[in-house]
Design a protein around this ligand. Sequence first.
Ligand SMILES: [Zn+2]
Length: 89
Amino acid sequence: MMVWSARRIVEAAGIRCMIRNEFAGGALGLLSPLDTWPELWVLDERHAERAIKTLAESTAVDAEKPEWNCPHCAETNAGSFETCWNCGR
Ligand SMILES: [Zn+2]
């Protein structure tokens, strides 16, 4: 989920990117876990530093959001979470 969220943030900054290994999870057990993790790739290397900076700024902003309690299961979630990590609502 983190990679898809990162792609949304990077694309919103006007940087073209793609996810590699998007469907490699099905090969888990045949390949090493590291070879099946999804990866975010910036298509133009010249924009890589700006993409990293954009993600770092996005994370810093999210870290400032207060924790919240899920109204469904009452679990405490980090402010950066848009959905409850426990129940997914
Ligand atoms: Zn919940």
